[in-house]
Design a protein around this ligand. Structure first.
Ligand code: R5P
Length: 310
């Protein structure tokens, strides 16, 4: 069974990087919009009997990219692909993993159902907002982590302290701690609106220390803004680093981060940036990591240390 990499439109540089690392050419395809805005996709070369990896991070506009993935999967199935794996380095709707009030949809679950109905047989993703999302799928989910790669890009000093900006990020902070070997502090935060959060308490010692705030993603920047204010109020050094896998950077997030005068922002290239990023952003290429996972899955090898739960 031969390998095919098929890329959607959200992050073609990442998809091409994955292809380069694997030494393959991306499968030719046409993705277009009809005048009435309907999506039309067509695969321009044969995929019959092939092991297809569809690279489609679910960045904005999220729904368009979800439909692109659904249509490309359907096209592969109908063209006789032997197996279709959805490679979603950034899984959109991940934060809709539960009902916070009575009458909401669980968006992550609905998206999982939709992808399975379309014919996706396996998922590869990276640093999910919540590991439990794996359970929303009936199919195998390979949950990779970029923590080791991002940790390698961080400058650690004797006074560094890792900070989880909310309780949900604590497990992630522990993952970084395994690489960086520095203490961990955690913030108790509550979300007020989609872009504003309230800091309720800080557990751990950050006084006179250089914080490294770690999170799965930065969307509006509200969480990071509140966390930076929190650690500064608690007497940390004015030497704050932020590490987040998915730099979604919605709306005014970039300006919001710039105003915080951070030492460095370290993130992965899972989401293609809408604008050029300032020098203090260090972007880590996760294409080799994803390519290695694809290579191992294709040849039936274990993913071992690439997985988030190891
Ligand atoms: C929340 O639990 C997530 O881990 C992130 O902290 C949050 O979603 C980031 O969003 P924003 O940048 O809009 O605060």
């Amino acid at each position: 069974m031969a390998l095919t990499i098929l890329a959607g439109t959200p992050n073609e540089p990442l998809a091409h990087g994955i292809c380069r690392a694997l030494g393959v050419t991306p499968c030719a395809r046409t993705i277009e919009r009809f005048p009435d805005s309907e999506l039309h996709v067509e695969i321009d070369q044969g995929v019959r009997g092939r092991d297809v990896y569809l690279v489609e991070p679910m960045s904005a506009p999220v729904d368009e990219h979800v439909m692109e993935l659904v249509f490309l999967t359907d096209a592969c199935r109908r063209a006789g692909a032997a197996r279709v794996t959805a490679v979603m380095p950034y899984f959109g709707y991940a934060r809709q993993d539960r009902r916070a009030s009575g009458r909401e949809a669980i968006g992550a679950r609905s998206t999982a159902n939709l992808l399975e109905a379309a014919g996706v047989e396996r998922v590869v993703t990276l640093d999910l907002h919540a590991a439990a999302i794996e359970g929303f799928f009936q199919i195998p989910v390979e949950h990779l982590t970029a923590a080791r790669l991002l940790a390698e890009a961080v400058s650690v000093t004797a006074d560094s302290v890792l900070v989880a900006p909310d309780l949900g990020a604590l497990k992630l902070a522990e993952r970084y701690q395994a690489h960086l070997r520095v203490p961990v502090a955690v913030i108790h935060k509550s979300r007020i609106t989609g872009s504003d959060v309230l800091l309720r308490a800080l557990i751990g010692n950050v006084k006179d220390r250089a914080p490294i705030i770690v999170d799965d993603m930065i969307a509006t920047g509200g969480t990071i803004e509140a966390a930076v204010k929190g650690v500064l109020d608690a007497g940390c050094k004015r030497d704050v680093t932020v590490v987040a896998t998915h730099l979604v950077l919605a709306g005014a997030a970039l300006a919001r981060l710039q105003a915080l005068h951070l030492r460095q922002v370290v993130g992965a290239n899972t989401v293609a940036p809408a604008h050029a990023l300032p020098d203090r952003f260090r972007i880590v290429d996760v294409a080799p990591l994803i390519a290695s996972a694809i290579e191992r899955l294709h040849s039936g090898q274990t993913l071992e240390r690439l997985l988030a739960h190891v």
